[in-house]
Design a protein around this ligand. Sequence first.
Ligand code: C5P
Length: 401
Amino acid sequence: MKQTQKRIVLGVTGGVAAYKAAELTRLMIKAGWDVQVVLTQAGAAFVTPVTFQALSCNTVFTDQWDARIGNNMPHIDLSRGADAIVVAPATADLMAKVANGLCDDLLSTMIAARDCPLLVAPAMNKQMWENKPNQRNVAQLKADGVIVLGPDAGDQACGEVGMGRMLEPAAIMQALEAFFQPKLLRGKRVLITAGATFERIDAVRGITNTSSGKMGFAVARAALEAGAEVTLVAGETAQPTPFGSRRINVQSAHEMLDAVEREVAHTDIFISVAAVADYHVVNQSEHKIKKDSPTLTLELAANPDILAQVASRKYAPFCVGFAAESEKLLEHAQAKRKRKHLPLLVANLVQDAMGADDNEVILLDDAGEHRLPRAPKLEVARQLIAHLAHLYQTTLEGKQK
Ligand code: C5P
């Protein structure tokens, strides 16, 4: 089993969101995790054990008196060796039982006898969510160290709109992956730029580049997973906002600079991943330019270098740059690191990086070159965060001496 593969006991209780637990099971299996589903009687009334057995490739348990476990103690055996018990959906009833130590079925008894973390994703009607006893139970669960994921606000199956929807399976999966990452940047404030800038030519046209924002958003997610508070200044990108980050949308390099300057005083670490245009159009047109002349001349002027400006501040945060080159990667990247006075620079080839799902990078710092193998961008980002956190800590300690 790879180190990142987890063993999860997934508890499914009796709410209509139980159908989404099937998708959550599929996502866990796709990630290479081992999933043991435990259904309550009410959960099994919504989705049958057959569905979960087919998706998890594991026998599903619903009954405390199930004789299929050798020693007849499923409440102990099923969760031993698990990395976590996750209950999704978690009904008000299940949370009330756990908050009060009640054990009257397999799931609640197993939870009481667990020796691993417990995470719950509540799902219920908004009045039930707001019901005072339920709120007391949720507060008690949190005080007892249970991680409560969500709920979300929005349309509910009962037709009402409000707080109580279960988080979407993908968001629960993101939260679980984050839960298992080491908290190397706990409480640190991290500012990240990502995506492409867009320099206006006229009312409908502009100059941009092929950056997808995938790398910057992956870095944001990895920083969140490491426990950082993340502000993401995003240019043009179709990427969904990483759960838990604060996102500021911008278009041009100047707008990006303005946003960064507003935020930077409250920043411990600045990671500049955005592909910022080097020039903007001076003779922008307010209206759409008509094709009434055979040539058109655009006058371009240099944009500010956001990273260089941040790095040269008197109280600069710890600055990390990215360099995408199409040739002479190390030579150009080293020169850039020196010119911008960066403790860490991530070098990648344009051919490898732009728009792709995977990346292969070289980290450059005072100690030299560190090559990371080709991997999905989130994996590369996690390794970058681990390297950066170590370097940041060493730098802090050096300053304190
Ligand atoms: O443009 P250059 O290749 O020097 O970019 C390298 C680094 O500088 C990247 O981290 C990029 O985000 C940043 N940069 C910037 N502002 C610019 C150009 C680049 O912050 N105008």
